[in-house]
Write a protein that binds this ligand. Structure first.
Ligand SMILES: NC(=O)C1=CN([C@@H]2O[C@H](COP(=O)(O)OP(=O)(O)OC[C@H]3O[C@@H](n4cnc5c(N)ncnc54)[C@H](O)[C@@H]3O)[C@@H](O)[C@H]2O)C=CC1
Ligand SMILES: O=C(O)[C@H]1O[C@H](OP(=O)(O)OP(=O)(O)OC[C@H]2O[C@@H](n3ccc(=O)[nH]c3=O)[C@H](O)[C@@H]2O)[C@H](O)[C@@H](O)[C@@H]1O
Length: 472
């Protein structure tokens, strides 16, 4: 047998990963027809919208879709047809943390992966390469193979690959154009290695060969969880140090700069913050914790768990600092929260630290103004409702006001809290913000974003993460 030359790809799941990843494959491989399918009609309609009002905000994405859509890139809800005609199928569905049952709160919910796998088995009448793109626990490929083999039709074989995605939101297109590495895991059998070569050939259209790493299936699956755990661990480490800085007079930016100069440590991912968010760090670490516990490795589980605990501590510590600084009460005070997305350059709010902060301010009976340049207001209401399920939305709306600009959000506020590092918050007219606020006017920078000295000169009382309160 020789590696299959792939001419048709199906991607199941048109989300933050499936959409950009397969749009870039279509752009870079004009000879391959790529169909991205999803059960969510509204999402598919948005991908197909005539004015390119795509369901995801991601710099550079629109340009990619404009070039490839209708040429060799298609979005559809017709899952079965796309499966049937494809040689290679990416499974890029969501794998959230389980909310109930065994492993609730820790284990990944693999229901969507299983349903997609069962659909492939039910529909396929020819052999397929099935690629796990979703982040999954170690050995999920084995379960997928069992399901596929138990349900396959005669003369239909399925080769399973693991090809985890490492893109970060906000930089997805640059990450996909020039990835640090592409990882492909396969069984080390002749058929497994052939399937691996087929996928390698696709990436080979634009990724240099030395950046395409091929490993065993289980190593590939575990490497994805490990990479996210180690990235998050760096942030929790620097955030833990930020607490020491606040208590001692050290400056976390200077400390991070100094340690990052060590080439063994490196400068990236050492920015102290109000806490990491996003759909994956917490979910994937909890998944690793669950895996460790299932393998009877409680010390390993406890080690990784601490990364998430430290993140929760960081968020709570920050809200408490706001309350403490505002003379120990924020009841009835107006707080402007700038930023709701979990990081800049994305409209994604999953696990955003802003949600926890606003909830804390609500329980302290503050009035909260919120502004984010990208997040839809409907999304903000949905997130705040989910965070406080027992509070009617009408009551939430009495305490929280959504604003159309940073300036509007800060009007008549006692304090400004920077929750997301949007560039525009660095560049707003801080003199005008100051003029419109009640005095003393406080700024709490949870992102090390603004020039604290400049703001102090304007008259603000500035509190910065990782710096003592008395120092600007
Ligand atoms: N968001 C990110 O930046 C990254 C996410 N990942 C991983 O990629 C996976 C997908 O994540 P996202 O794209 O963020 O999720 P998402 O929730 O944005 O997209 C998943 C999509 O799959 C669809 N879907 C679920 N079951 C389906 C089925 N049976 N048939 C057709 N469509 C189905 C859903 O309707 C949804 O639109 C997750 O495992 C995640 O951990 C990995 C790297 C980065
Ligand atoms: O599996 C995933 O979903 C992805 O998770 C992260 O990507 P993402 O969550 O999109 O964004 P990051 O840039 O990693 O930021 C995550 C969070 O950490 C915060 N962060 C990041 C870096 C830093 O130095 N400090 C810090 O607080 C960000 O503000 C954000 O809230 C990883 O960076 C990707 O490699 C991975 O593919």
């Amino acid at each position: 047998m020789a590696p299959v030359k792939v001419s048709k790809i199906c991607c199941i799941g048109a989300g933050y990963v499936g959409g950009p990843t397969c749009a870039v494959i279509a752009l870079k491989c004009p000879h391959i027809k790529v169909t991205i399918v999803d059960l969510n009609q509204a999402r598919v309609d948005a991908w197909n919208s005539p004015d390119f009002a795509l369901p995801i905000y991601e710099p550079g994405l629109e340009d990619v879709v404009r070039q490839a859509r209708g040429r060799n890139l298609f979005f559809s809800t017709n899952v079965d047809d796309a499966i049937e005609e494809a040689d290679l199928i990416f499974v890029s569905v969501n794998t959230p943390t389980k909310k109930s049952g065994v492993g609730a709160g820790f284990a990944a919910d693999l229901n969507y992966v299983e349903l997609a796998t069962r659909r492939i088995a039910a529909v396929a009448t020819s052999s397929k390469i099935v690629v796990e793109k979703s982040t999954v626990p170690c050995r999920t490929a084995e379960s997928m193979r069992t399901i596929l083999e138990a349900n396959s039709k005669p003369n239909c074989r399925f080769d399973i690959l693991s090809n985890p995605e490492f893109l970060a939101e906000g930089t997805a297109i640059t990450d996909l154009f020039g990835p640090d590495r592409v990882l492909i895991g396969s069984l080390q059998t002749p058929e497994g290695l052939d399937a691996c070569q087929s996928l390698k050939d696709i990436y080979g259209n634009w990724v240099p060969e030395e950046r395409i790493l091929t490993v065993g299936l289980w190593s590939s699956e575990l490497s994805k969880l490990a990479a996210n755990a180690m990235l998050a661990q760096r942030i929790s480490s620097v955030n833990a140090l930020s607490a020491i800085c606040e208590a001692t007079g050290a400056n976390i930016d200077e400390v991070a700069h100094a340690i990052g100069y060590d080439s063994r440590i490196g400068p990236k991912f050492l920015k102290a913050s109000v806490g990491f968010g996003g759909s994956c760090f917490q979910k994937d670490i909890l998944n690793l914790v669950y895996l460790s516990e299932s393998l009877h490795l409680p010390e390993v589980a406890a080690y990784w768990r601490q990364v998430v605990d430290m993140n929760e501590y960081q968020k709570r510590r920050f809200s408490k600092r706001v309350v403490d600084t505002l003379f120990n009460t924020i009841t009835g005070k107006r707080i402007a929260v700038l930023g709701f997305a979990f990081k800049a350059d994305t409209g994604d709010t999953r696990e955003s630290a802003a949600i926890t902060l606003i909830k804390d301010f609500q329980s302290e009976k503050a009035l909260v103004n919120v502004y984010d340049p990208q997040v839809e207001h409907e999304q903000i209401w949905a997130d705040l409702q989910e965070a406080s399920p027992l509070v009617p939305l009408d009551s939430i709306k009495k305490q929280v006001t959504l604003c159309k600009s940073a300036l509007e959000a800060c009007k008549n506020a006692e304090a400004v809290v920077i929750a997301t590092e949007w560039k525009e918050f660095k560049e707003i007219d801080w003199e005008a913000v100051y003029a419109g606020m009640n005095k003393p006017a406080f700024v709490f920078d949870g992102r090390l974003l603004v020039d604290a000295e400049k703001l102090t000169k304007i008259g603000f009382k500035v509190t910065t993460i990782g710096r003592p309160s008395s120092v600007a």
